[in-house]
Ligand binder design. Structure first.
Ligand code: SUG
Length: 444
């Protein structure tokens, strides 16, 4: 049977804005309070997804959550009509309105951790939505993410959905951004690499300035839920000093696919020893492509997102790296990538994509996608409305054009018209994607 990796990209929502909500994420802080362009953001993301579909990869999409999140605002005591809720929070607690209006679910690498059926004890694909407890604006995502994943991967014969981990920093979980599955061939049991920032309640090896969002305990819980074995699992700690420089997720400093791991010299805490263990689990056949600090500094890796690239296997088994145009525009990083293609590794091509609207909030090409490895049978069981065909791409581009603004400031988040526009757009989208009534506002 053929197995493949499908990428599910997050459609950028109509409230995409720069509110500076992510302490520890340098780009989010740098662009705080600048006007955003939600229309361009959604078009850029969808164009990337279409490019991959045109290159022959299986491409899916995940819909945005409804924002501003009136359900959460009611939960914390705002009341009256939806419009009154909006006006009250804008007046009394504007920062809460910002947190409840973020389009951050676009970064679907943080939606969930996914283990393919080849790795799990019961032979099903397992999903655990990330609780994202470190950031308030992200902690309101997991329930809706769970509903969306269940609507898309509905067939219980193939797919198992777990509840997100308990909502406490002990189990801080950021999903696939800190999880990399390595293997020789899709469909064969692989090695699931979980990277954590800290152990809960242990203070001696944590970053001193920025938060470590992922705990070892969360990684272990997800591995248990998914029925992974010790043999096919490895837990590695991120280097706390790179977290302090702005590497808030492991996918800002490393990316892997099949038998290739592409990473920075300073990515991990116990780099040599841990990579040796990983190599043993991969039976000595892992290509370790380490980028030295002398060639690319951690700061340059963060500002260009060299490692937040998508590493994809082409039909001839060579690999292509999908990198943000920020890499192409940085002389040193571009020179490194040109050099990389001359080395004897499976990476044979680089394709640049413009996702600048997302990049300005700290989300590169790899943040925008959730990888799901699927057999033919499993793929056939996926809700077809979530797969990107040429026809659906055009429908979605027209949908974006009709419903999205091309300029949004933080002050606009209080605009009652924005809530109406967003709901109208999402209501239509749930029909385009054949998802049923997945949004709370559709339940009333
Ligand atoms: O969680 N940015 C996101 C970016 C997530 C990137 N994902 C991965 N690396 N996989 C975050 O920090 C910024 C929102 C704002 O400031 O408005 C934000 O949430």
């Amino acid at each position: 049977m053929t197995y493949r990796e499908a990428n599910f990209d997050g459609l950028v929502g109509p409230t995409h804005n720069y509110a500076g909500l992510s302490f520890g994420n340098v780009a989010s802080q740098q662009h705080a309070a600048q006007p955003s362009n939600p229309k361009a953001a959604a078009q850029q993301g969808l164009a990337k997804a279409k490019l991959l579909a045109d290159m022959g990869f299986t491409q899916g999409i995940l819909p945005p959550h409804d924002r501003p999140d009136i359900t959460t605002l009611r939960r914390i005591g705002f009341s009256g009509s939806d419009n009154m809720v909006l006006q009250q929070v804008a007046h009394d607690a504007p920062t809460l309105l910002n947190s409840c209006s973020s389009a951050s679910c676009m970064w679907t690498a943080n939606a969930a951790t996914v283990s393919p059926s080849a790795d799990t004890l019961d032979g099903k694909v397992h999903f655990t939505p990330a609780n994202l407890v470190d950031r308030l604006h992200r902690s309101i995502e997991p329930a809706q993410t769970g509903r969306i994943l269940k609507a898309i991967f509905a067939d219980k014969q193939f797919f198992t959905h777990h509840q997100h981990l308990p909502e406490h920093s002990f189990f801080g979980d950021e999903g696939a951004a800190n999880h990399t599955r390595l293997c020789h061939h899709y469909g064969e049991t692989g090695v699931e690499l979980f990277v954590y920032g800290k152990q809960a309640n242990q203070s001696h090896t944590v970053p001193s300035h920025y938060p470590a969002r992922q705990t070892l305990e969360a990684c272990q819980a997800v591995a248990r839920l998914h029925g992974l074995t010790q043999d096919n699992t490895l837990f590695m700690q991120q280097n706390p000093t790179v977290i302090d420089q702005g590497v808030f997720h492991n996918d800002v400093i490393a990316v892997g696919n099949q038998n290739v791991l592409f990473y920075h010299q300073q990515a991990f805490a116990n780099q040599q020893a841990d990579l040796q263990k990983l190599q043993e689990k991969m039976h000595g056949q892992l290509h370790l492509i380490e980028v030295p600090q002398d060639a690319i500094s951690v700061n340059d890796a963060i500002s260009t997102y060299l490692f937040n690239t998508q590493l994809l296997t082409l039909s001839d088994n060579n690999m292509v790296l999908i990198a943000p145009t920020n890499c192409e525009q940085h002389a040193g990083v571009k020179a490194y990538l040109d050099h990389l293609l001359q080395l004897d590794t499976p990476i044979r091509a680089v394709q640049y994509v413009d996702v600048k609207q997302s990049m300005q909030n700290g989300g590169g090409p790899a943040c925008l996608r959730l990888r799901v490895e699927l057999s033919e049978q499993e793929l056939a069981a996926v809700n077809p409305g979530a797969l990107l065909t040429t026809e659906r791409y055009h429908t979605l581009m027209q949908w974006i054009d009709r419903h999205y603004r091309d300029r949004l400031t933080v002050a606009d988040l209080a605009d009652p018209q924005l809530l109406i526009e967003s709901r109208t757009a999402l209501d239509e989208l749930s029909q385009i994607m054949q998802l049923g009534n997945i949004y709370p506002f559709q339940q009333n």
